[in-house]
Design a binder for this molecule. Sequence first.
Ligand SMILES: [Zn+2]
Length: 83
Amino acid sequence: MADCNDTLRELEAILDRSVDDELSVGIHEHLEGCSDCMQALDFHAELRAVVREKCLNDEIPADLVARLEQCFQEDFDGDGQIG
Ligand SMILES: [Zn+2]
């Protein structure tokens, strides 16, 4: 069975699902009985979700998407001729 140190050290790997089965089972058993580690895992999962969302938004800014949509609409709503 994993202890707090094992669990906290492997948090990122757990989220990546890149731990071997044996260790993963041990850590999940520990998580069920340890609210501190469970909270830490939740926090890391949440953090990842926020970072991923932020990265996606940075790749394609929302206002750029809106402007692109507007451009296409202007083309299609016009007299059918582009340019
Ligand atoms: Zn723990």
